[in-house]
Design a protein around this ligand. Structure first.
Ligand code: 5GP
Ligand code: MN
Ligand code: MN
Length: 329
């Protein structure tokens, strides 16, 4: 594994870097890409920011977000791809695959558990609560000073991946780094409203439908919801409104493991896992070809929805029963 200094050197040498976060972008991948992108522009580089999937409306306040090119990669003489907040090629998105296949050098900066990141240069720090924390260290190495635009992006990266500093991944370093961002003038209360406080009505309509599918296991420790395409459509919602819904089964007192099944199309169902104290959901997602973190992970399994739910729940219950090796309640 290369160290951060080595990745910083590679980035320093690049003149026309292509920066991307993962498919279905979240606050950490967008905030990290934008902070690094805005920073590298200040070094005089010709930076191109791309996202395979659209930027959720929620993140339209991020400084620089209007420069993110969605869905395709413009023709260009790029000399480096910087992959941010993921380290497996299947989270690249189809437009970027071709560049990697054609031999564009790749630098990976990530905090997900992965022993085999796909870059030529890799920096993976699983102790970082958000990739945004690593980007702050990288900016320091590149001698790029923080400013308010960078700080808003980095704060968003950190506050979203830590669930407002409430998740287990939050450390003293997370707070120390956040303090530096607040010194740049980040408007905390305003951002909290944008990110957590306000929700479009369609999201509440979708929540209403999703709660109608809520089920809890006999043991009271596993809770799940299922979201069909029909439900999303009738609520007038879209994929971007689904991300936070898993917090509802997770909130139930006594529940250790929360799951959301989301129908992507006839063949594919996206499964999200969250645990509170004991279950290693990264291991669980890995059983289905996915991954993530110990307390938050995901995977995509074969549909239709009911079949996916049965398959996953059967495996989950076995995983729970296996019991006493410290991974389970
Ligand atoms: P979410 O449930 O919010 O989509 O994802 C939770 C966490 O698991 C995120 O950190 C995300 O990066 C990771 N994750 C979600 N889906 C996948 C997947 O299909 N493969 C891998 N490797 N990680 C995933
Ligand atoms: Mn992410
Ligand atoms: Mn992240």
């Amino acid at each position: 594994m290369n160290n951060l200094m080595a990745v910083a050197e590679v980035i320093k040498k690049a003149q026309r870097p292509l920066l991307c976060g993962h498919v279905m972008p979240d606050g950490d991948s967008l905030g990290s890409v934008l902070a690094l992108g805005l920073g590298l522009q200040r070094l005089g580089k010709e930076v191109t920011l791309v996202s395979s999937d659209p930027v959720p409306d929620l993140y339209h306040f991020l400084p620089g977000v209007e420069t993110v090119i969605v869905g395709e990669v413009p023709e260009g003489d790029y000399d480096l791809l910087v992959a941010v907040d993921f380290s497996v090629p299947d989270r690249l998105g189809s437009a970027l695959h071709a560049f990697v296949k054609n031999g564009l050098p790749v630098a990976v900066i990530d905090h997900h558990v992965n022993d085999h990141p796909f870059g030529h240069y890799n920096y993976v720090r699983t102790e970082a609560a958000a990739t945004g924390e690593i980007i702050m260290d990288l900016l320091d190495l590149l001698q790029i000073d923080l400013n308010l635009d960078l700080a808003i992006n980095l704060y968003t990266a950190i506050v979203t991946d830590t669930g407002s500093f409430r998740y287990e991944n939050t450390t003293s370093e997370t707070h120390a780094k956040t303090a530096r961002l607040l010194e740049c003038g980040v408007p905390v209360s305003r951002l909290s409203n944008y990110i957590f406080g306000e929700q479009p009505l369609v999201l509440l309509r979708l929540l209403e439908a999703a709660l109608g599918t809520l089920e809890v296991s006999d043991c009271g420790q596993i809770a799940w919801m299922s979201i069909s395409r029909e439900m999303v459509q009738s609520a007038g919602a879209s994929g971007q409104h689904i991300e936070g819904l898993i917090n509802y089964p997770r909130k139930i007192k006594g529940v250790e493991l929360a799951i959301v099944f989301r129908e992507l199309d006839e063949q594919r169902v996206k499964v999200s896992f969250r645990s509170k104290y004991q279950v290693d959901v990264n291991l669980l997602a890995k059983k289905f070809g996915g991954g993530g973190h110990v307390r938050a992970s995901g995977c995509t399994v074969e549909g239709p929805l009911e079949q996916a739910r049965e398959l996953v729940l059967k495996e989950v219950k076995e995983f729970f029963r296996e019991g006493s090796d410290g991974r389970h309640p």
